[in-house]
Structures are given as C-alpha cells and as structure tokens.
Design a protein around this ligand. Structure first.
Ligand code: GLN
Length: 194
C-alpha cells in the first residue's frame, strides 16, 4: 500500500486517517519535515487555513511542503486544504500564505452566512457510481483557474473540485461522510505517481 500522510498541524486529521485506511492506503500523521520525507502523498485537511499557514511556518514546514508539492508529490486538500493549495487567495488575512500547487484563485468563506454549512450532492468527474454527498462548512469556492487546471465539479455554478497534475482539491469534506470514493481516487493518483 502507498504511504499517505495527513498534515497534522490543525484540522480534521483523524477522519482523513480513517478514510485513507478504508481506501487501502497506509495512513500516518505528518508534522515535521522528516515525516514529510517518508510519505508518497499527503492530505491537507479541513480546518482553518490561517491557522494551518501560521503553524506550518512555526514548524518549519512551509518551504519543505512547497518544494515537495512543486516537485510533483501527490496532494489532496479539502476545504482549508484546498485554500492551502491555491496559488492565490482573493481575500487573504494579513500574513496568510499558501503552499500553492494549483493555478487558481480561491475565495474563502464563499457561500455566505445563510449557507455557513450545508450538504449537497455533487457529481465529480472521475468518481464512478453517482454523485458524492458534499459536506460544506464555511467552504471556499474556486473563483478562477489557469489553463492547466481541470474542473472536476461545480455546485450552483461555482467550482468546488479541481485537479492540476498531481494536486487534487475539493471545497467539501468527503472525510466526514463514510463515502471513501474521493480518497480512493487520490490513492489511485498516488499509486500512479509511484
Ligand atoms: N473557512 C475556513 C478557512 O478559511 C475553511 C473551513 C473548513 O475547512 N471547513 O480556512
């Protein structure tokens, strides 16, 4: 099985570890550069992107992560993780940085107050067997994408799932649903890259 890390600085780490194991990966927490060096791929969980950004700097992970992502390590970001994979944030908090990897501009907390959190079924390109149940929690959407970015899903006209080469990102949280098809798609990406 491929060894897949979950960036464990902040966010819903445990749920991703469970989903990855269910999708036939060996899952482990990654907090330090030495741990990053040992994984074949990495999940960046949902949580709070400003906090993940701060802690990544504090733990000396910002540069090692940027380098490995730029070098083609497969990564999958959900919600705050999607924000961390964006080359650009439309409305960053001061000092907020990202790892980058996907040529896109994201809007944080995009769905608005009325829709702070909701569920919707989302048809995702490359995921067989019908739509996935998308759990959106103060979710971002993708405002615009560069030419290299594949749009995998939209919700009400807004882009909510994308892929660029080995980087996958969703606005929603499949790790909270018990449906492991998004994780299985990512595990396949990691296998293909190995
Ligand atoms: N709104 C959060 C952020 O900007 C993301 C929320 C989430 O990951 N569920 O980081």
């Amino acid at each position: 099985n491929p060894v897949i890390g979950v960036l464990s600085l902040q966010g819903d780490v445990r749920e991703h570890l469970i989903s990855l194991a269910a999708a036939d990966a060996t899952a482990r927490e990654v907090r330090r550069p030495e741990e990053l060096a040992e994984v074949d791929g990495l999940v960046i969980p949902g949580g709070e992107s400003t906090t993940i950004s701060k802690l990544a700097t504090l733990f000396g992970m910002m540069e090692p992560l940027r380098e490995r992502i730029a070098a083609g390590m497969p990564v999958y970001g959900t919600c705050a993780g999607l924000i961390m994979l964006a080359d650009k944030i439309l409305d960053p908090r001061s000092g907020q940085e990202t790892f980058g990897g996907i040529d896109m501009i994201v809007r944080r907390n995009a769905f608005g107050r009325q829709n702070e959190s909701f569920e919707a079924s989302v048809a995702v390109e490359g995921v067989e067997g019908g739509p996935v149940e998308g759990v959106f929690i103060r979710a971002p959407w993708v405002e615009s994408t560069g030419a290299q970015v594949e749009i995998l899903a939209e919700h009400e006209g807004h882009i909510v799932a994308v892929r660029q080469a080995n980087a996958l990102a969703t606005s929603f949280h499949p790790e909270l649903t018990g449906d492991h098809r998004m994780h299985a798609l990512f595990v396949e990406m990691v296998r293909a890259a190995a």
